[in-house]
Design a protein around this ligand. Structure first.
Ligand code: UDP
Ligand code: MG
Length: 345
């Protein structure tokens, strides 16, 4: 079976068309469509309900509020039961017909098939150039190799999907995570269409946050950059000390006040930036440590057993060490009363 997963946020103008086009594209194949309502405030939930009532292949997961695109996608992946799972946007920018090409690669043995946008119609010049900057910055900083212009439109085999779902981190950059899991990967090129209806839900601040999440979850370079900058500037200061002393001995005073002010301000600024960079990471560590569920489900349609419950549950994420924040289970043969026999956390 093939699962098609799409997050939906205030898309009442296009959800019926998405459903119709996806069904037409996959006609004759065993498939399910998992639609995640990411806390829509328009007529989307009603439409989703209608579609699910008429077609048992359509499963709907309604989140308790807006959790954002990446988390909504994760909720959909958690509930998908296919042997191969395709994730795409519901706004028809990613043509559902391309799924057939992806399936060909999958049948030929590829575990991850990602679609690369060759052309992006209907996007503003600003969005295109910021996207280009982001991909080249990410390429320089991050430890995974992301094909430039590969979005979240991807097919995953069950094995890489299960690997992906075992990663319960809060700041999710799914397209990076699907590369990180490895397995056999293949690319298919496509022309990205314009939005079928409505407006983009990614505001500038959301895009900024998203790129910070992406970089911080795949790179420590910004932190190392702060250290490097610190060394460079301290070296400059050490070089400056003998220069000042010699000038003083020679009797020439540095007409220094304004230069000094500039240096102090510059250093202050750099220090604050460095603290800010550390703060970005510390904030994310804090988010992880709190161990909140990634999302909360308000309702499900056409999903009898809550398969996603396991992942979505309120329990802290499972790690190789046991549950975060909980002591490791004590082995049966160890004596719980002897402190030394307890496993060290
Ligand atoms: N989306 C979502 N939650 C959000 C924002 C977006 O589920 O908070 C969905 C949206 O309905 C669409 C997909 O994510 O199906 C991509 O969003 P959008 O088209 O606005 O992003 P863009 O294509 O402009 O980057
Ligand atoms: Mg879009």
């Amino acid at each position: 079976m093939i699962s098609v997963v799409a997050p939906v946020y205030n898309e009442e103008a296009l959800i019926d068309e998405f459903y119709a086009r996806t069904c037409a594209a996959l006609d004759g194949l065993p498939f399910e469509i998992v639609l995640v309502d990411d806390g829509s405030s328009d007529g989307t939930p009603l439409r989703l309900e209608r579609i699910a009532a008429a077609d048992a292949r359509v499963r709907v997961v309604s989140l308790s509020r807006n959790f954002g695109h990446q988390t909504a996608l994760t909720a959909g992946l958690d509930h998908a039961r296919g042997d191969a799972v395709v994730m795409l946007d519901a706004d028809l920018q990613d043509p559902p017909e391309l799924i057939l090409t992806m399936l060909d690669h999958w049948r030929a043995g590829c575990d991850v098939v990602y679609a690369v946008r060759e052309q992006r119609a209907g996007e503003s010049r600003f969005k295109l150039s910021t996207a280009r900057w982001f991909y080249s910055l990410f390429d320089k900083l991050a430890q995974v190799e992301l094909a430039p212009n590969a979005g979240d439109f991807r097919l995953l085999d069950r094995r890489p999907l299960d690997a992906l779902l075992s990663m319960r981190e809060r700041n999710r950059f799914l397209r990076g995570m699907t590369v990180w899991v490895g397995y056999t990967q293949a690319a298919v090129p496509y022309q990205r269409d314009r939005r079928y209806a409505g407006e983009t839900k990614y505001t500038l601040s959301k895009m900024l946050r998203f790129s910070l999440d992406a970089i911080s979850s795949f790179s420590h370079r910004p932190l190392q950059l702060a250290t490097l900058l610190g060394f460079v500037i301290s070296t400059l200061a050490f070089v400056a000390i003998p220069v000042v002393i010699v000038l003083r001995i020679l009797g020439s005073y540095l007409p220094g006040f304004s230069a000094l002010t500039i240096v102090v301000l510059l250093l202050g600024g750099i220090e604050l930036i460095a603290i800010g960079i550390i703060g970005e990471y510390v904030g994310r560590i804090y988010d992880e440590v709190k161990g909140r569920p990634l999302y909360l489900v308000r309702a499900r349609s056409n999903l009898s057993d809550p398969a996603g419950e396991l992942h979505a549950s309120a329990l802290p994420p499972v790690t190789a060490e046991g549950r975060l924040g909980h002591p490791k289970p004590i082995e049966a043969d160890s004596d719980p009363l002897t402190p030394t026999s307890r496993p060290r956390d």
